[in-house]
Design a binder for this molecule. Structure first.
Ligand SMILES: NC(=O)c1ccc[n+]([C@@H]2O[C@H](COP(=O)([O-])OP(=O)(O)OC[C@H]3O[C@@H](n4cnc5c(N)ncnc54)[C@H](O)[C@@H]3O)[C@@H](O)[C@H]2O)c1
Length: 331
């Protein structure tokens, strides 16, 4: 069995490769080529966290069964300096059930979530979009910005400050790495109203900006919330936008950004135009003109984890990266 650490994974898949894999994954899901039951979630009420289990059967060059086991502790960073998300991806050969790899899910989750944002931008953002307003300075915000720079000609990012001590380093490091200007600002309204793309990657339980600030033609990607009572977008943002999701069934269970405006009677579920897989398949239109506002709401799907985990595992095998481990011991 192969063990792949965070360091091993860093240089295995480029963001462009991850975006291509996740795009394929969304398409396969729509084409019913994968088996993906809803994820099970165990909350830890005393500690404010949860454990998520996310299995998938995927058919690629080889057949793999893949699952992710991950904990989400939204205030870990502030309280303990630990990542909000930690866990492992497990890969088994579907033919015989043999476990073949364990991978660090902290890294891969950020990469696959950024990649989903990248797929959404390919189909929903204006091609010339060059200004991003970003909420959040954690691992998810990093990969969202990296993916935006991979698919769009981004020149400038306004990082909206929430007092996170990581913001300054984020701006310096990401600005240099991506070759763009990253400005930390306390003025959310001016950031949103100047942006072509607004990305929310926060642990906020309440909307982080007002929908009335969005200008025509903006695309919004919301990835932070995955609980029905939690949202980053207000009802006005959802009301005035064309709305797309990663998966409708999961969104109905988990996407507070849509569930809350439905409960308020501002919209009905018909407001959701399509899953991204339907747009990728060409069955539903993505962006249709330069003026409409689009929203992609992601709750995060096991298929995203599975495609990047298998992609990284196959590359690691090819390049002899990682550490081999005999699960059954020497025999
Ligand atoms: N959709 C998905 O597939 C998916 C995948 C992974 C993580 N997530 C979620 O994404 C979120 C971010 O994850 P992370 O690991 O980067 O977390 P993190 O704790 O490292 O970072 C959270 C960031 O949000 C910022 N923030 C909170 N409220 C804000 C506000 N009102 N305005 C601006 N910034 C604000 C904080 O300052 C911090 O920088 C989490 O809620 C996580 O559960 C979603």
């Amino acid at each position: 069995m192969l063990l792949l650490s965070r360091d091993n994974l860093k240089n295995l898949l480029s963001m462009r490769e991850a975006i291509d894999l996740v795009e394929k994954g969304f398409l396969w899901l729509h084409q019913k080529k994968v088996l993906m039951p809803p994820r099970s979630v165990i909350p830890t009420p005393f500690h404010g966290g949860s454990l998520l289990m996310m299995p998938v059967l995927i058919e690629d060059r080889k057949k793999f069964l893949v699952t992710k086991v991950i904990t989400v502790y939204p205030y870990n960073q502030q309280l303990f300096g630990y990542p909000a998300l930690q866990g492992i991806n497990l890969i088994f050969e579907a033919e015989n059930g043999t476990p073949v790899a364990i991978l660090d899910a902290h890294f891969l989750t950020a990469q696959r979530t950024g990649a989903a944002g990248g797929v959404a931008l390919r189909y929903l953002a204006r091609k010339e979009a060059d200004t991003v307003a970003l909420f959040g300075a954690g691992p998810q915000a990093r990969t969202q910005l990296e993916a935006a720079c991979t698919v769009l000609p981004v020149k400038k990012c306004y990082l909206v400050s929430f007092g996170d001590p990581r913001e300054k380093a984020f701006a310096l490091e990401m600005g240099t790495r991506l070759g763009i200007e990253v400005l930390v600002t306390g003025d959310a309204e001016s950031a949103v109203s100047r942006a072509d793309v607004v990305i929310t990657a926060t642990n906020s339980r309440e909307p982080v900006f007002k929908g009335e600030w969005l200008r025509p033609g903006t695309h919004v990607t919301a990835i932070g919330s995955f609980q029905p009572e939690v949202r980053e977008l207000d009802s006005e943002t959802i009301r005035k936008s064309r709305v797309f999701v990663d998966n409708l069934e999961a969104a109905r269970e988990e996407a507070g950004d849509i569930i809350i405006p439905v409960k308020e009677g501002v919209i009905t579920w018909d407001k959701v135009e399509a899953e991204l897989g339907e747009v990728i398949a060409g069955e539903k239109p993505g962006r249709q003109n330069a003026d409409e506002i689009t929203v992609f709401k992601s709750v995060g799907l096991a298929i995203q984890d599975a495609v990047v985990a298998v992609g990284a595992y196959l590359k690691a095998e090819e390049n002899r990266v990682g550490r081999n481990f005999l699960l059954g011991g020497e025999q």
